[in-house]
Design a binder for this molecule. Sequence first.
Ligand code: GLP
Length: 250
Amino acid sequence: MKLIVAPDYAGICEKAANIFADEIRRNPACVLGLATGSTPVGLYQQLIRRYQDGTLDLSHVQTFNLDEYCGLAGDHPQSYRWFMQKNLFDHVNIPPQQTHIPSGIADDPEEECRRYDALIESCGGIDIQLLGIGHNGHIGFNEPDDHFPVGSHLTRLTDSTIQANSRFFASEDEVPTHAITMGAGSILKAKKILLMASGQGKAEILCRSMTGPVTPAVPASVLQLHRDAVILADEAAASLLCRIIPPSEE
Ligand code: GLP
């Protein structure tokens, strides 16, 4: 595991955009694993800027998002499909049929999970998986549990995640209680993993995830097992971790 530290949020977005752009230029038909939450927004803005100034072509990439709320259709403003359209897809040249997100309104969520995993496999697997981290250590919507789920699955959100994500909804009651998410196993299969973390509020969980025991009680701890996981954190988020893992010069 490699730790890269930038002074601030803008710095981690710039570095993440460089890693993504390098991968896309090296392999224009690469498969990107994408994430939602506020942390990746600045990275997406950088990718949009690079596309608009003609230095990045995304027309051959395939994208797979980590997760989607159950019960929200793609045209619901709080769905992750909507989030991705507004924050990235509407502004770049990825053909819509190459952007994949689990359906939150599938009649049979278990079948939807199997379809999603098969689709990822059929595209050759994920080349770079982007992640944020929840305050309880969740990645995607892999919540603290007594085991690491392997593939995509239906999950019940914890009260703390519902409360944290209620900031995007009119009230906590409107936050869906379930989601479909890629599993920890699906995430570990990615060839490279890039986890972005920003702000003092993530410092404790980031340190615990990357230096504590590997346990499903702290889902992000599973990243310690990956051979090419990069943690990209600003100084505030890295403040505890960098006392234990020396930041890399890149
Ligand atoms: C949601 C998403 C996660 C994300 C997390 C943290 O729960 N499912 O993928 O990492 O929020 O979000 P933020 O970046 O806003 O702190």
